[in-house]
Write a protein that binds this ligand. Structure first.
Ligand SMILES: [Zn+2]
Ligand SMILES: [Zn+2]
Length: 396
């Protein structure tokens, strides 16, 4: 089959690779109909995630048609399914608590050792996201092996096209869990750093959960415009002092909740971010947490900070004093996708959530490498890219 493979920093290629096979009775194979490029794929593209190997197949936001099933898969050939990016066994201590991204079984011992050293315990597993998280092949390809196909995939009813449901795989539940972690109460003011896809879904979710005012922070005009269309007030951090603006917009109190949808590769003009960038480039530090620092400093006393943005290593100058003295609550984590799938699918079916507004480009799989370049370089124009491996065939 054809698949988009990682070869090194800023080098992805579409190559012919062996077709995936059923290796466990709980597996299924799907023919990919839609697979999105995620903001977190840029961390791989930029070479910030260790344990990538040349030839690894990328892609963790996948859906398609079931074409083969193992003896213990409940799926049926021909069903349309969306696949959570989290690979979870469904049976362990964590899965039973619906903490699917912490699954203790899905990340094989041979690949989880490094994360145990880094984080104290082995990480859970994800599709298409380095050997640190299991080394599972991703779905930016014609076919995908779905492990634990009895736990993850959600069957899509007829009549809901791919663009409406594809993001159940990651960014929609990620935005939703970010808002849930912000413990939003009726009437709250919520500030969201980063208007990428996760930020936009966090904004939409916060408003659904009863936020009175959502303030979106970014510097890309098109992304701020999408946030505005959802009902957010917007701040361009190049034009205003974010903390001062938030202070004024909240009557001097500060936002009740702050959501960092930026993560480890923060842009920013502050001296702290310039130092972080220099350290990251010289391997003296790994993460650039400028957005997180700002969120902690801007948050009101007794407020909540939610972090769906991805961090991987060590952060410098974490404002622990502000965090403690203001009595903040911090919640974060990889998304427990399976916990939210059914509820969010129903909300999509009832038109309570729109997921299509942020898609800027559809492209064939063969166009993948150029799409990665655009996703990296032209973020104002490319707000979300969906690859369609069958696209040429459809056109022919
Ligand atoms: Zn993603
Ligand atoms: Zn588990």
């Amino acid at each position: 089959m054809r698949a988009l493979t990682w070869q090194g920093r800023h080098d992805v290629r579409v190559e012919t690779v062996p077709d995936p096979e059923i290796v466990n009775p709980r597996d299924a194979i799907i023919r990919i109909t839609s697979t999105a490029i995620c903001g977190s794929d840029l961390h791989l593209y930029d070479g910030y995630i260790p344990t990538m190997r040349a030839g690894d197949i990328l892609g963790h936001e996948n859906m398609g048609e079931v074409v083969e099933v193992g003896a213990k898969s409940p799926l049926k050939k021909g069903q349309r399914v969306v696949i959570p990016f989290t690979v979870s066994c469904g049976d362990c201590f964590f899965c039973k608590k619906q903490q699917y991204s912490a699954c203790d079984n899905a990340n094989p011992a041979t690949t989880s050792d490094m994360s145990e050293t880094l984080y104290g315990y082995p990480m859970g597993a994800a599709l298409g996201y380095a050997h640190l998280t299991g080394g599972y092949a991703g779905g930016q390809a014609e076919y995908l092996r779905v492990p634990y196909s009895d736990v993850g995939p959600i069957v899509i009813p007829d009549g809901l096209e791919d663009d409406k449901v594809l993001f159940l795989s990651d960014i929609l539940p990620t935005g939703w869990m970010a808002a849930e972690n912000a413990e939003i109460e009726e009437g709250d003011t919520v500030a969201v750093w980063g208007c990428g896809p996760v930020g936009l879904f966090a904004i939409q979710s916060a408003l659904i959960m009863g936020a009175h005012k959502v303030i979106a922070i970014d510097h890309y005009a098109a992304r701020l415009d999408l946030a505005k269309r959802l009902g957010a007030e917007i701040l361009d951090y190049r034009e205003v002092d974010v903390r001062e603006a938030l202070f004024e917009m909240t009557g001097g109190i500060g936002p009740d909740a702050c959501i960092d949808c930026v993560g480890m590769e923060s842009h920013g003009l502050g001296i702290d971010n310039l130092v972080d960038t220099a350290k990251a480039h010289t391997f003296l530090g790994t993460d650039r947490p400028a957005a997180l620092r700002q969120a902690i400093l801007a948050c009101r006393k007794g407020g909540r900070v939610s972090v769906p943005g991805v961090y991987g290593g060590m952060a410098d100058k974490f404002p622990i004093g502000a965090f403690m003295e203001k009595g903040l609550t911090l919640k974060t984590g990889q998304t427990h996708v399976q916990k939210y799938s059914q509820k969010l699918l129903e909300m999509i079916g009832e038109d309570k959530i729109d997921t299509t507004f942020l898609i800027s480009h559809h492209a064939s799989l063969e166009e993948g490498p150029s799409m990665y370049r655009h996703w990296h370089d032209d973020q104002d124009e490319y707000t979300k890219i969906v690859l369609k491996p069958g696209m040429e065939r459809v056109a022919a």
